[in-house]
Design a protein around this ligand. Sequence first.
Ligand code: ZN
Length: 160
Amino acid sequence: MFDTIAAESQRQLNETFTAFQRNRLPRYGQPDMDSIENLSVAIIVDQKRIGGNSRSTVGTITDLYALLRLLFSRVGRPYVGYSNAFSFNDPQGMCPDCDGLGRRSEVDIDKLIDRGKSLNDGPIRHPAFNPGGWFWKLYANSGLFDNDKKLSDYSEQEWM
Ligand SMILES: [Zn+2]
């Protein structure tokens, strides 16, 4: 029912526009009904993603963000002149901690490895690194490690 009312309302509204404008509006097709009368204008809000990426915000999608950056660049103190200095998407303006994403992702290395085990004991808590597995062999057969030495016995220098 919603789709029928929305489509008919949109169709009636679109009839008020010129052919040129109608060609640029979204089309909802002819609803399957005989007639609907006294229908007020309905605004159809699409819930599809607009697009964008992890750096998109309401501000960037609406272009309001660009205007705000321009405003700050013109009247802000200290005066910088370039609106990119206020952009979280530009190396000049982005937060050095999170690179402008607003959050940081880090690996908790102690959740991934058991420092009480040697390479032969399987210290990496990921199935791909189980002793005898392909990735484990890359490390174990590299000749770079003492395979019986506990990870906790490696010096700071050796961890680098
Ligand atoms: Zn940040």
